[in-house]
Design a protein around this ligand. Sequence first.
Ligand code: HEM
Length: 148
Amino acid sequence: MARSDRYPFHILWTDLRADRTGTAHTTTRTRNPLRERGTVTRDLELGGKRIKEGDKVVMWFASGNRDEEVFGNPYDFDVTRQNNDHITFGKGSPHLCLGNLLARTEIRIMFEELIPRLADIKLAGDVPRVRSNFVNGIKKLPVEVTLA
Ligand code: HEM
């Protein structure tokens, strides 16, 4: 069930059809769409680095979501993963994405509705990305589908 998160789209689709448990979690962990900038409120040491109050820092959620000390085989796209404590929506101290339940529900419903209708889905062209150091997005995703 485990797949590299760089695997072709249509191979991942086979996994998603086989087991929907954890699909929304796995997708948001490995396809994290954002990064955040913050200002440090007190001196601290993090990962062996000293950070001073007032320093500007960037949270690279995509990197944290692949922390090999937290996630075994972090590059595997495994919809059955049990430990999936990712930080895609923040960590809740003090901030947490207020829309996280809505976003997760939308993603879950999208898969629930799409999966039974499609036997297969394949990439059918280039996937141009958004040029941004804030949003990890794509401009278009051409696909070829086979109806179920
Ligand atoms: C996949 C979709 C989404 C992702 C990945 C996402 C991610 C995030 C992240 C990383 C933060 C910052 C948390 C922090 O500061 O530590 C945030 C904040 C926030 N998000 Fe989202 N978000 C998503 C969808 C939504 C939706 C659908 C809504 C509203 C309907 C929403 C509303 C908010 C609000 C209001 C905050 C600010 C919370 C605060 O500063 O206390 N988000 N989101």
